[in-house]
Design a protein around this ligand. Sequence first.
Ligand SMILES: Nc1ncnc2c1ncn2[C@@H]1O[C@H](COP(=O)(O)OP(=O)(O)O)[C@@H](O)[C@H]1O
Ligand SMILES: [Mg+2]
Length: 285
Amino acid sequence: MSDICIVYDRVRWEEKCLCEKAIKLGHTSKMIDAKTLAISTFDGNTSHNFGDIVLQRCISHYRGLYLTACLEFLGSNVINAYSTAEICGNKLLTSVYLSRHRIPTPVTQFAFGPDVAGEVGDEMGYPLVLKPIVGSWGRMIIPIKDKDVMDSIIEMREEMSNPLNKIYYLQDYVNRPPRDIRTIVVDDRVVTAIYRYSPEGEWRTNISRGGKAELCPITNELEDICMKTSKAVGSGILGIDLMEDKEKGLVVHEVNNTVEFKGASTVSEKDIAAEIVNYASKMAM
Ligand SMILES: Nc1ncnc2c1ncn2[C@@H]1O[C@H](COP(=O)(O)OP(=O)(O)O)[C@@H](O)[C@H]1O
Ligand SMILES: [Mg+2]
């Protein structure tokens, strides 16, 4: 039996569910609000008790990432590891890792200045999709229909203070059905897969934007691509997003580091929380 620590910055359905499941399965479990933590380089491992294993569940990418670095410094086992969190929390790094491991992914280009971003856009052709390299829930993912819109968005982003907005992540608009696929992958295995259908008047399929979940069969092809993706980013507990490209077949477009599974739980026959807790307990040994 393990002592499982869940660190969070806002308690969602998932964090409650994981804590209750851990206790139900005979482990001890506690929740720690990351916003209350201060860690010193002289701490050793004395002033905090993070149990045998930490499930890092912060909504804020940066808080979760740097807290993971500190917890690893203190000698804690953290899921996911810092290196995985760094890759998955950043779409540019994710695309680089996917391509390096020859995992099918949409054609994506990165541009590091406004003029070259415009040139790359013209060369790729419209429509295309512009994404912030750090972000989630479909926020600021923009379908760009033509050059005029592209130029206006570049002008706007150059005025923004966040330096990440000056790095342009441009992706082919994938010709897909009005749905995508989310798989929940634990320890390099697909626990469950769902289709996410975009709601009326919305092109993005995120559940947080009203997308509807439906069970998706786990084919050998889906299992294989997800296993390779998981290994490419360093394994752990992952939410892999894929699209069914009408020309190229399955393509991976994102890997989520702190996966939400409320939507998937409504349609899956699997006990997702139990799979996560069992994996955490195994990694605590
Ligand atoms: N290249 C693309 N072509 C078509 N639809 C896309 C493309 N990229 C993203 N989408 C849609 O937008 C949603 C959000 O994009 P995603 O890259 O997963 O970012 P987020 O981190 O915000 O979830 C996807 O689930 C999909 O429905
Ligand atoms: Mg996504």
